[in-house]
Design a protein around this ligand. Structure first.
Ligand SMILES: [Zn+2]
Length: 302
């Protein structure tokens, strides 16, 4: 168990054993699929089947699950979980209540969050990798859906995860830096974030992104936690950083405004509804709350 450096947010900590040792054991996997105690999560185009009774994911028995590509998720409390990747046409005829992961994340318990984020991340990778990146040939799943292999050149392809840094910069007066993203409503401010570039360390990515987006010079970069964010395939790596220089000059493209906030300013503006910040579903909200030191009013926006 690692030290907890952030308040709670969604998709923290795998709650199921991924059973990577049995992925090639076809007989054992067939036995698990034949077991009526096994459960199946159903996903279609990144949307998850939602249960009709009492909320939560719909968990099918293998016999009741709709047709589709079958992948192994793993085991929890003695139950083996699979996911079925249902094609949209089939999903439509089976009358499923399909919901985007982002809209249900806050309603999932730890195990369901763990299964849901694994399912969506894996499903979106399968959907986007039907062709080989080496030769263009058709790829097919193997190892219970953990790998794809090219039917022409035999290259193996592994699920892709794109690292992105997300950071809260704090200055010597203990103010935090938040930016307004051009794609969001005018009152929306959030932590800065960006993808790690090839050949770059995480620390360098933090310093570069802060500089590019706001002109602020960051140092003392400290890792505090991570969040899988499969929209479609990110892993958000959370950092706190210190501002060596505080003057702001936004890039004007991605970030059109950026501001330093004291705790009083942040609380007052959030309470007045003048400022909307991420909820603690995301690691962004957790980073802000960590700095603030207490829960802030939550307004659903994502
Ligand atoms: Zn190939």
């Amino acid at each position: 168990v690692t030290e907890r450096l952030l308040p709670d947010f969604a998709f923290q900590g795998s709650a199921h054993d991924r059973m990577s040792d049995v992925r090639t054991d076809v007989d054992f996997l067939a036995e698990c699929w034949a077991d009526p105690a096994s459960r199946v999560v159903v996903v279609s185009r990144g949307h998850l089947a939602w249960g009709s009774h009492g909320g939560g994911l719909a968990l099918f028995t293998p016999a009741d699950a709709p047709a589709g590509e079958r992948v192994l998720l793993g085991r929890a409390d003695g139950v083996v979980y699979f996911a079925v990747l249902s094609d949209p046409a089939a999903a439509k005829t089976s009358d499923l209540d399909l919901r985007p992961l982002r809209t249900i994340a806050a309603a999932l318990d730890r195990l369901q969050g763990s299964l849901a984020v694994h399912t969506v991340a894996l499903a979106q990778w399968h959907e986007r990798h039907a062709r080989c990146a080496v030769c263009g040939g058709v790829t097919v799943p193997e190892q219970a859906g953990a790998v794809r292999r090219c039917t022409t050149c035999a290259s193996q392809h592994f699920p892709r995860t794109d690292p992105a840094v997300i950071m809260l910069v704090v200055d010597d007066d203990d103010r935090c830096l938040l930016g307004h993203n051009a794609a969001r409503d005018a009152s929306w401010y959030s932590t800065l974030a960006g993808f790690v570039e090839p050949g770059e360390t995480l620390e360098d990515a933090v310093v570069r992104e802060v500089s590019e987006e706001t002109g602020v010079c960051a140092d003392e970069v400290r890792y505090v936690g991570s969040q899988p964010w499969p929209f479609p395939s990110s892993l958000m790596l959370g950092f706190m950083a210190h501002a060596a220089r505080t003057s702001i000059s936004v890039d004007g493209v991605e970030i059109t405004k950026a501001r330093w906030f004291t705790r009083d300013e942040l609380r007052r503006e959030v309470e007045a509804g003048e400022l909307v910040i991420p909820t603690t579903v995301s690691i962004s909200g957790a980073l802000i709350q960590r700095w603030y030191g207490a829960a802030l009013p939550q307004r659903r926006t994502d």
